[in-house]
Design a protein around this ligand. Structure first.
Ligand code: AMP
Length: 394
């Protein structure tokens, strides 16, 4: 693998795979959160400032059957040009892309339309990879958020540049931050895992049992744990087919001396809605017809104590239905505790997806050590998996 800082981009066209999968305003279709675009700028600007030109590839949403306007990267192009302060060429088809890419001069930049509009992208079709490769002279993968996908524009393309492929600065930064937690984290290391489904987080929890000193479980998944321990959980979320897995995790944590912290109380609701009636009960005594939608005040106190005495904190997944104000307190108070621990010297890594949205919602982005741009990719790293997008660069 080449290194960006020692590679000569003079007179070369760099194909950069970025992750511009950003949310748009529902009505205006303007970019709502440009974090991922901003995060790609150091790599793009490095090439442009070192005598090269740039061809950008990205996916955008999940189009099913070819082009669809709401998934067009033209919506992102506007913000990209504003941030770069230069005009960016845009190509809808590969043919247009080949022609325009040949005309790029040093300092020029072109964005290709959504790679998922091209047949074969998600199947890692090698013909499509070869076509993408024809757009440039070297390949940079800076799309950490897509590194867990083996697609034509993330992995297949890399094989066409055996001596001219490398990681971008964002990819490097993401991996360095993950490594800081994965290998030799300062102890005590607390992992906070929340979100809706225990099945999505099973592998990461199993892996964390070997590296964390404390694991805090919140969100909907906590109720599968409560049921496995014999609690009454009313109509809370539960995955019956995971009860045995959860029991195994409980006993493994016990054997390895890892402290597993579960919510002792919950904010419960009589329906899954923002204006439901609510009350606070023990997480093991939830009446029929009621469901746990947030952790309760005693759980917040317990979790805060653990977080504030940690030296390393990893957070992935909300503590409750934080999108609705009545059930957002658990997630907000845990976010505040992570920020406070950071101010006391702990290193804190926030997984992408909903935890990143929560940190942004509570205006705490600058108060934690690092907010990852990758949800699924970060999860898979912590599950102990090798990411295909990174392996393809070796
Ligand atoms: P995930 O994508 O698995 O990280 O889950 C995030 C989603 O879990 C968010 O949209 C939350 O609203 C939802 N969630 C968190 N806690 C609960 C809960 N107790 N019951 C139902 N959904 C929840």
């Amino acid at each position: 693998m080449s290194q960006m800082k020692s590679y000569s981009f003079q007179g070369k066209r760099a194909v950069i795979r970025v992750d511009f999968n950003v949310p748009l305003h529902k009505e205006t279709l303007e970019v709502q959160d440009d974090k991922r675009i901003k995060a790609a700028l150091p790599t793009i600007n490095w090439v442009l400032n070192h005598g090269g030109s740039v061809v950008l590839l990205s996916h955008f949403g999940r189009p099913k059957n070819g082009p669809e306007d709401r998934f067009s990267l033209r919506h992102v192009l506007v913000r990209l040009q504003e941030l770069l302060g230069v005009s960016v060429a845009f190509s809808l088809t590969l043919e247009e892309g080949f022609l325009k890419s040949k005309e790029l001069n040093a300092g020029d930049i072109m964005l290709m339309e959504n790679v998922r509009f091209f047949k074969g992208e998600t199947e890692n079709n090698s013909t499509l990879s070869a076509e993408f490769a024809k757009l440039g002279d070297c390949f940079i993968n800076d799309a950490f958020g897509s590194a867990h996908r083996a697609h034509s524009s993330t992995t297949g393309i890399a094989s066409f540049f055996p001596n001219d492929r490398m990681m971008g600065f964002l990819m490097e930064e993401e991996l360095n931050n993950a490594q800081r937690v994965l290998s030799n984290p300062s102890s005590p290391f607390t992992a906070i895992i929340g979100g809706a489904k225990v099945s999505d987080k099973m592998l990461i929890i199993e892996n964390l049992v070997s590296i964390a000193s404390d694991i805090i479980i919140g969100g909907g998944m906590a109720y599968t744990f409560a049921q496995a321990m014999g609690g009454q959980i009313g109509n809370s979320l539960v995955e019956e087919d995971r009860l045995d897995n959860v029991k195994t995790i409980l006993s493994q944590a016990n054997q390895k001396g890892v402290r597993l912290h579960l919510p002792v109380d919950s904010v419960i609701a009589d329906s899954f809605s923002a204006d439901a009636s609510t009350q606070i009960t023990s997480s093991h005594h939830i009446p029929k017809g009621w469901m746990g939608l947030d952790i309760g005040p005693n759980s917040i106190d317990d979790f805060k104590k653990v977080i504030l005495s940690s030296k390393t904190v990893l957070w992935n997944g909300p503590m409750g239905v934080f999108e609705w104000e009545p059930f957002s307190r658990g997630t907000r108070d845990i976010a505040l505790a992570v920020a406070e621990a950071t101010s006391l010297g702990a290193y804190s890594l926030i997984g992408g997806g909903d935890s990143a949205s929560a940190i942004a919602q509570f205006a705490l982005v600058d108060k934690v050590s690092y907010v990852s741009t990758g949800g699924g990719a970060l999860l898979e790293l912590f599950e102990g998996k090798e990411l295909p997008g990174i392996k393809a660069l070796d």
